[in-house]
Design a protein around this ligand. Structure first.
Ligand code: NOJ
Ligand code: CA
Length: 685
């Protein structure tokens, strides 16, 4: 579809006739403000300036206020704030309707249909600084950013904080994790009244009393600090930028733009998931050119045994990354068509106190019991490849110094994907400047947003993709840099190994919060349902399988030991079959933190897959198979909980596998056990 743009100036005040595509908005001033609507007319954004010259924006949906007038602007450390004594100088709108293709993802093609609404604000004081606020109003929500043009009185900006507010018009329920705390994004979700949220990471999801769902987040976080939301009063939130070690939280030279502040707005939880494609639309197109070398795929690995304390990353009698151990994983991957084998603890640097300090890490120095060359060749002979691992312990500058040699070494050893890691408490990232001065940074500050891009670009040079753990949050940059495959950035399955395990509602929370930001390396498939010290994992086998569909990632681990899968080959068959790259995705049902059912179509065949997960309650969910292709018969290969399965008893290990012939329009009843799930492959004939 072509892009049609039409502009209308504020001063013209003329309602333009609708065009076939790209309807021009009526940009008439409303009570002294500027206003524009979404393509379907349901969402309206209005910008006003109050008696003190303070600019505000507001959002209405179907004529009802959703975001009350909310402040805009910045606090600067070395200049008067950009917040008062503004007037609207001009406004314009344009509309766009394009469709683009994802090289990999949950949907093959994505439509980007929006109204762009640009408001120029100018100070009425002698400084006369100019600040543009640019909105993209989609049918599914609103994104806006600041654009600060080149101007004599704003040659640089030392941003102390952003003053952007989000004043929700009513109360309701919020699902959120705390921001600014030591464990980064790795918290269980709070479910509280909106009016009891503290300081939260984004995405934060709310359900208002009238049922409207809103998820607040940001898009295209580049060279800027991550935005937290801090509740100021009632149901009003304010942007709180992640701190930095420099002279201000964000330092900008010359003209600049901020990341997009986003609100996905929907009637239900399902609408939030599909509407979150907005984040990708607000990112720039692929900047890497031909990315046919970026290959989504599954992997196994020398990993879970360290997480649960059976093996060690460090050298010694328990060392996991030995040539013999790795060979067994390669054999298993080769025999099951799995393209990747992750090995952690393969390199020199783990023997000391690496947590929060990775300055001993050598990213091209294998330990003496790991035959890097031999294993690379052995993997190749079995049709698989090693997945690299760079744990920085948070010493990011130490990693920066090795980036080029590290990725050159990975490429020379046949690696296509490297998992990175930043294990350090929040605010404890090690930054060393060229002058030798040492600083502590935040995982989601401006400096780290730049560090992550340096890593992604260094990897791209060697045709390697990356999967950072303890990352900065996802803001859709995979569109611009498609080798940025996935990341952690939430409590993953590793917490199931330890005390304080994830509760059964965790996945249904993630899908409608963290997953709205992008793919997560969750590490599904722990079919043993056993963690450290043989502790029980509060889940079921069918739910572990469903995770592959429900929690999207283009790199998906079969995280358990090969020996476990060998004993459960009938259940493992689903892990073997399930793709990681999709042509289409449909959310069939869901309530935040309660349950969700997702159907996805394989990108490389006519097969569909379904995953359904619940919380601690048993549920019967009826679904209509209206997504299946018409005129085809499918064999539904169903992996479900047994009638007496429960997450909190030994029956967690019980599952039923059955097949059924089905076609489009048929109905299926999904019976989820307490803490359980269901996974289905619809194999096309
Ligand atoms: C934390 C990561 O999430 C985990 O997957 C990894 O094994 C450890 N760091 C060590 O790098
Ligand atoms: Ca982690």
């Amino acid at each position: 579809m072509g892009r049609l743009i039409a502009l209308t100036a504020l001063t013209s005040m003329v309602a333009m006739p609708a065009l076939a595509q790209g309807v021009v908005q009526n940009t008439a001033l409303k009570e002294g403000g500027a206003t524009a609507t979404s393509p379907d007319g349901r969402l309206r954004v209005t910008v006003t300036v109050d008696g003190d010259g303070r600019p505000h924006y507001a959002v209405a949906r179907n004529g009802k206020v959703l975001i009350e007038p909310s402040r805009l602007g910045f606090l600067l450390t070395d200049a008067p704030k950009l917040e008062r004594r503004f007037a609207i100088e001009s406004q314009s709108t344009s509309s766009a309707d394009t469709t683009w293709e994802q090289p990999w993802g949950e949907w093959k093609s994505i439509r980007d249909r929006h109204t762009e609404f640009r408001v120029r604000l100018k100070e009425t004081t002698a400084l006369a600084r100019v600040m543009d606020v640019v909105f993209r109003i989609f049918d599914e929500g609103v994104g806006f950013r600041y654009e600060l043009p080149d101007q004599p009185n704003l040659k640089h900006a030392n941003i102390a904080d952003e003053l952007t507010e989000f004043g929700l018009a009513g109360n309701g329920t919020a699902w959120w994790i705390p921001a600014g705390e030591w464990n980064r994004y790795e918290y269980l979700y709070n479910r509280t009244p909106i009016s009891e949220v503290g300081q939260a990471h984004t995405p934060i999801t709310v359900k208002l009393e009238d049922g409207t769902h809103v998820a607040f987040h940001e898009a295209a976080l580049v060279d800027y600090s991550g935005m937290w939301l801090r509740r100021v009063t009632g149901t009003r939130f304010k942007a709180q930028l992640s701190p930095g070690a420099g002279p201000a939280k964000v330092v900008k030279q010359g003209p600049f733009t901020t990341p997009w502040r986003t609100m996905v707005i929907a009637d239900d939880a399902a609408g939030l998931y599909t509407g979150s494609r907005m984040t990708l639309n607000l990112n720039e197109p692929n900047k890497l050119g031909d990315v046919s070398w970026v290959k989504p795929g599954k992997f196994v690995g020398v990993w879970w045994n360290m997480i649960k304390g059976k093996w060690s990353w460090a050298r010694g009698p328990q060392h996991g990354a030995t040539t013999d151990n790795v060979k067994r994983y390669i054999d298993f991957a080769g025999a099951n068509g799995i393209p990747g084998v992750l090995v952690e603890g393969w390199n020199v640097g783990w023997d000391g106190d690496w947590f929060g300090n990775g300055t001993d890490m050598n990213f091209s120095g294998p330990t003496e019991d790991f035959d890097a060359k031999g294993l690379a060749a052995y993997a190749r002979s079995k049709g698989t490849a090693l997945v690299g691992h760079h744990e920085t312990g948070g010493s990011a500058s130490h990693y920066d110094k090795q980036l080029d040699t590290a990725f050159a070494w990975s490429a020379a050893h046949g690696q296509k994907v490297v998992k990175t890691g930043y294990v350090a408490d929040a605010g404890q990232i090690g930054r060393v400047d060229p002058d030798g001065s040492e600083h502590r940074e935040w995982h989601d500050g401006q400096w780290m947003s730049n560090h992550h891009l340096r890593v992604v670009l260094a990897a791209a040079k060697y045709k390697i993709s990356v999967d950072p753990h303890e990352p900065i949050k996802d803001t859709g940059l995979r569109r611009t840099y498609p080798n940025w495959l996935a990341r952690e950035g939430a409590r993953g399955q590793e917490y199931m190994a330890w005390a304080g395990k994830n509760p059964p509602e965790h996945e249904a929370n993630l899908v409608f919060t963290r997953m709205l930001s992008g793919p997560m390396d969750f590490t599904p498939g722990i079919l043993s349902l056993k963690g450290e010290k043989d502790s029980d994992i509060p889940s079921t086998i069918a739910k572990q399988l469903a995770q592959y569909v429900v929690i999207y990632s283009p790199v998906q681990m079969a995280a358990d030991e090969p020996e476990v899968y060998a004993k459960l080959m009938d259940a493992f068959q689903f892990i073997k079959d399930v793709p990681v790259d999709w042509a289409d995705t449909r959310i069939l049902n869901g309530e935040v933190g309660d349950y969700v059912t997702i159907a996805r179509k394989d990108r490389n065949s006519a097969d569909w897959y379904l995953g359904s997960v619940g919380d601690e309650q048993a549920r019967n969910l009826e679904v209509t198979l209206d997504f299946l292709d018409p005129g085809k018969t499918y064999t539904a290969q169903i992996y479900r909980d047994a009638p007496d399965t429960r997450f909190d008893s030994d029956t967690r290990h019980k599952y039923v596998i059955e097949t059924k012939k089905v076609k489009r329009g048929d109905r299926l009843m999904l019976a989820l056990a307490p803490g359980g799930g269901q996974a289905i492959r619809f194999a096309a004939k």
